[in-house]
Design a protein around this ligand. Structure first.
Ligand SMILES: [Zn+2]
Length: 258
């Protein structure tokens, strides 16, 4: 069942949802850290980004909506179950992204829970463990979704830009888009300057990783250059799950990934 609010109300609800912390948490990390995450996620991200991270001894976080597997989304072929299982086997984190990639603001509570549970089961079946973190599809956050999902994952990521530091909301982690069209290396340098000066946790997210990427993707060359910059500065790269774990976020059934 779809629940559609008139757009002015829906917009207000999203703004309120972003502003109200559901799981306030004091993030206290001794060193700055960066995570790389991939939403949906296209096969190209698995093929072109995972090996780059591995070459630096690092791992990424791949947000998997199981019903998109082997299908096309935004013109991109989405990775299938075998590829996803292989990534997990190699130590990458497979995060939750709902089963059918639903807009959490437009679905009834029981449907959202059923969909998220199906996604958790699918991920557990192929990776051997339930997802520790979650990314809101389309970056849409609602009060209801936060209330329903906040305690099902150690951390939930949106697309609101910013470095996570000090008091954060585990039900809405901030993230920085990593797209060729909007984040040139000079801007990455400035963000990393800030990260190193003031500490915290920067989560990058992108979608496809291929030459001539989509407007919400990243080229392999750009991706490699950003990973290189982070590494040159001595900043650690860790999965979202591992940063949460190291920060002391407690979750039942928690296991370290990667
Ligand atoms: Zn998505």
């Amino acid at each position: 069942m779809m629940l559609a609010l008139p757009e002015p109300l829906a917009g207000m609800s999203r703004r309120l949802a972003r502003a109200v912390p559901f799981r306030p948490f004091r993030l206290d990390l001794p060193q700055p850290v960066v995570s790389f995450s991939f939403d949906d996620f296209p096969l190209s991200a698995a093929e072109n980004a995972a090996p780059v991270l591995e070459a630096y001894g690092a791992r990424g976080t791949f947000y998997f909506a199981d019903q998109l597997a082997d299908r096309h989304e935004n013109g991109q072929l989405i990775a299938g179950r075998a590829v996803t299982a292989d990534l997990a086997e190699r130590g990458h984190e497979i995060g939750g992204h709902t089963s059918s990639h639903i807009n959490v603001q437009r679905v009834a509570p029981d449907c959202l829970i059923a969909d998220a549970s199906a996604n958790t089961s699918a991920i557990a079946a192929l990776s051997g463990q339930a997802p520790s973190s979650f990314a809101y599809p389309f970056g849409v956050v609602s009060i209801n979704a936060k209330r329903l999902l906040a305690h099902r994952y150690a951390g939930l990521r949106g697309i609101q830009p910013g470095i996570n530091r000090g008091w954060i909301d585990l039900a809405h982690l901030h993230a920085q888009e990593l797209y060729d069209v909007s984040l040139p290396l000079l801007r990455v340098e400035l963000l990393l300057d800030d990260l190193q000066r003031r500490g915290g946790w920067m989560i990058f997210y992108t979608h496809d990783v291929r030459t001539q990427p989509s407007s919400i993707g990243c080229s392999p060359a750009h991706f490699a250059a950003v990973v290189e910059l982070v590494t040159q500065r001595g900043i650690a790269i860790e999965t979202v799950a591992n940063v949460l774990y190291r920060a002391g976020v407690s979750m039942p059934g928690w296991r370290r990934i990667g």
